[in-house]
Design a protein around this ligand. Structure first.
Ligand SMILES: [Fe+2]
Ligand SMILES: [Fe+2]
Length: 199
């Protein structure tokens, strides 16, 4: 099954700045994503994107929402239409005349799968948070105290253990950090710090 999108251009430049309202985004989210685990993953990534936009990129409130919305919807079609993953949500958002930057970020959240390179900072951060967020959440579930007291070195130990969260690609995580020009430690610390509050 190939998920390659076969194109590199998404949406139209004249739609720059067009976003869904929070209500519209949540409606789509709730209609399309039924699996609570996937819902949590998407909410976690959305929160990380929002916090990164605010704290590290100093973006405006509107751009913060752009990053958050991108995180919130990046896997929207994975639950019910896995064979159409990425394609379906992109087409939906194209039909709703959404900002091409949102579309490109969603389209590049798995370059190996979708064949689209993460180019902008928003693309790169979505790609970087996606896998690492899942691994850190899996780690929190096996700790009796959850996120409390979680340390960088514990996460790094789990990363080295290939059998732990084996479906999380270590290569993708490294590749994502390289592309975003980020140290893995900084990224892990940021996720530990921010992800605990999303339930
Ligand atoms: Fe995905
Ligand atoms: Fe994801």
């Amino acid at each position: 099954m190939s998920l390659l999108l076969g194109r590199n251009s998404f949406g139209h430049i004249s739609n720059q700045g067009n976003l869904l309202s929070r209500e519209e985004a949540l409606q789509l989210f709730n209609e399309w994503v039924l699996n609570p685990k996937l819902q949590l993953h998407m909410k976690q990534v959305a929160h990380l994107m929002k916090c990164w936009a605010a704290e590290k990129e100093n973006l405006s409130a509107k751009d913060e929402w752009k990053w958050e919305m991108t995180g919130l919807l990046h896997d929207a079609d994975w639950d019910q239409w896995p064979e159409l993953h990425c394609k379906k949500i992109i087409e939906e958002l194209e039909n709703r005349n959404i900002d091409p930057e949102v579309l490109h970020a969603i389209a590049s959240h798995g370059p190996v799968h979708f064949g689209v390179e993460p180019e902008t900072k928003m693309d790169q951060m979505l790609y970087a948070f996606d896998e690492l967020s899942g691994l850190i959440h899996a780690y929190s579930l096996m700790r009796p105290e959850g996120y409390a007291g979680m340390e960088l070195k514990g996460v790094k130990k789990r990363l080295k253990e290939k059998s732990f969260a084996a479906n999380v690609s270590r290569e993708d995580i490294q590749d994502a950090c390289n592309r975003a020009n980020l140290g893995m430690d900084e990224l892990i610390e940021f996720i530990i710090q921010h992800q605990a509050t999303v339930a």
